[in-house]
Write a protein that binds this ligand. Structure first.
Ligand SMILES: N[C@@H](CCC(=O)N[C@@H](CS)C(=O)NCC(=O)O)C(=O)O
Length: 293
């Protein structure tokens, strides 16, 4: 039995993109939308799955419409899942006042602060609820072969979700991720609101969602992690100190497992979807290596 309602369907590359809506229990019962691309190859054999987590201000459509992922995913026989970036219409006071918090800015964590915690549970939504809803719908997706990627806030989501659950995923990648959110303005703002300012500097509850902290302290067998990260050198948020890819490099060094992280600085590219769509075929190829091993 499925509780998914299909609201649109488009043929794209060698597959079909369908938008579904369903009431999400993680999001306090609110309706959420998700775009799911199923390659034609899934008809003969269930497809491995790549999640794409979008950034601040984005929706389930942004990565689908502008990410340039379909041709390579179709060729590799990989399904793509594009979730929304937050609950919509939760009615939390102030949720629409600032593009860096609330609507469009769920940060892929479960809020613990009273004001937000009924609806803002994007971590549970991505890791537990959405896969189980999609499995129940029999879309011919093979979640035993699952990888995750994302951009900016979604890059933080992809890396931190992977590093918290390395056994669930084959690989993770990111475009211009917020690599060390516990110490940069975007992360501090969101984590203070959603998780509160508890003890510790930074608070321990924040570090549990910080990719650089998680990588440095990972107990995954050395050599078992597979991470690709691209950052443009002309990215305005890199310059503003929001992304700090060097923190991820230091974390990889501290962990001391060679070859787990490939971090590429792409000369002249900015934070936009022109950058993402340039390198997204590389990311699909990277994930294909592990999803189809
Ligand atoms: N609204 C922000 C920019 C927000 C922004 O750049 N968002 C990124 C993610 S962090 C994005 O992907 N935007 C959607 C798009 O480029 O289509 C501003 O005015 O500075």
């Amino acid at each position: 039995m499925t509780n998914l309602t299909s609201t649109s369907t488009n043929r794209v590359a060698s597959g079909v993109l369908t938008k579904y809506t369903f009431p999400s229990s993680s999001l306090g019962g609110l309706s959420t939308s998700v775009n799911v691309y199923v390659p034609d190859s899934a008809k003969s054999s269930p497809a491995p799955v790549l999640f794409y987590l979008a950034g601040l201000t984005c929706t389930e459509d942004t990565g689908a419409q502008k990410g340039g992922l379909f041709n390579s995913a179709g060729k590799e026989g990989i399904a793509l899942v594009f979730p929304d970036t937050s609950p919509r219409g939760a009615g939390v006071e102030g949720e629409d006042a600032d593009w860096q918090l609330g609507t469009g800015a769920g940060f892929y964590i479960d809020a613990t602060e009273a004001k937000w915690k009924t609806h803002y549970n994007m971590y549970s939504f991505i890791v537990d609820e959405l896969p189980s809803v999609l499995k129940a719908a029999n879309l011919r997706l093979d979640f035993s072969r699952w990888s995750i990627t994302g951009h900016s806030m979604g890059g933080h989501g992809a890396l931190s979700i992977y590093l918290k659950n390395p056994a669930l995923f084959k690989s993770a990648s990111a475009f211009a991720p917020i690599a060390n959110p516990a110490v940069v303005p975007w992360g501090i703002g969101a984590f203070t609101a959603y998780l509160g300012a508890s003890a510790g500097t930074p608070p321990t509850a924040w570090l549990a969602h910080d990719a650089s902290h998680l990588l440095a302290n990972s107990t995954a067998p050395k050599g078992s992690l597979h991470l690709l990260v691209d950052v443009g050198t002309a990215d305005q948020f890199l310059t503003a100190g929001q992304l700090t890819p060097e923190a991820l490099e230091r974390a990889a060094e501290a962990r001391g497992a060679k070859g787990e992280l490939e971090l590429r600085r792409q000369e002249g590219y900015d934070h936009s979807y022109y950058f993402i769509s340039t390198f997204s075929p590389d990311h699909v190829a990277f994930h294909a290596k592990y999803l189809k091993a």
